[in-house]
Ligand binder design. Structure first.
Ligand code: HEM
Length: 203
């Protein structure tokens, strides 16, 4: 009984911290952007921060179950969904910032960017997958979908590969940072190799 109350308190504190840190950093970023405090290229700074933020949160959400398994911290699984939701939120701010500041909501220019630039094409596919995972993460939809829910949610591994590729292709010269992200992504996928193999066989 005491352990359950303590676990609930830990989960509550973790959720509060995730909400606070994620929202505070976003609010600070846009406050600085709109007050000219982001240096010579504020658009690049905003795209960088939101893009890396979305990728970090995606990796963190995928780190939760290996950590929970390894250390028997099953309570961690209760914050996985929230981290995933914030990954999508950051990706959405990344996309909206691109639409607003890079293409000024010129939809035909945006379409051309998706067609002409492979790194934007894969980024768009990743956003679509993260969007589908976000809207189906609601408990009532999860229940209605039954076994199909897990099949769909395994698409997070495809999203991870697309985001890693997007990052790698988006940089012009220094490939060290995206390469480190690729190594971390491959490691997280390797930890799930059996699950991913079973998922492929199910098609
Ligand atoms: C349609 C969707 C997307 C568009 C239009 C887009 C656009 C961009 C642009 C313009 C850049 C900057 C490239 C440069 O410096 O020249 C960028 C970088 C990046 N994006 Fe995206 N992106 C999309 C989706 C995503 C998603 C879903 C994620 C992660 C979940 C993501 C993560 C990143 C990362 C990590 C970088 C590198 C940041 C840096 O080092 O500056 N992007 N993206």
């Amino acid at each position: 009984m005491a352990a359950t109350v303590k676990t609930r308190q830990i989960v509550f504190s973790l959720k509060l911290a995730i909400h606070f840190i994620s929202l505070f950093l976003l609010a600070k970023l846009y406050f600085q952007a709109f007050n000219d405090r982001l240096g010579a290229d504020p658009v690049e700074a905003v795209l960088h921060f939101t893009g890396i933020g979305a990728f970090n949160l995606l990796l963190l959400s995928l780190l939760v179950s290996p950590l929970a398994q390894q250390f028997k911290w099953s309570f961690l699984l209760q914050v996985r969904r929230l981290i995933g939701l914030y990954s999508f939120t950051y990706a959405l701010f990344h996309l909206v910032s691109f639409l607003a500041f890079e293409v000024q909501f010129d939809w035909s220019l945006f379409l051309n960017e998706i067609i002409d630039r492979p790194y934007i094409t894969v980024g768009m596919f990743a956003v679509v997958i993260l969007f589908l995972l976000t809207i189906t993460s609601v408990s009532s939809i999860k229940k209605t979908m039954g076994r199909n829910w897990q099949t769909l949610h395994n698409a997070v591994y495809v999203a991870l590969c697309l985001v890693a590729l997007h990052f790698y292709w988006s940089v012009k010269s220094d490939i060290i940072e995206p390469s480190i992200y690729i190594v971390i992504s491959v490691f997280l996928l390797y930890l799930r190799k059996n699950k991913i193999r079973r998922w492929f066989r199910s098609f």
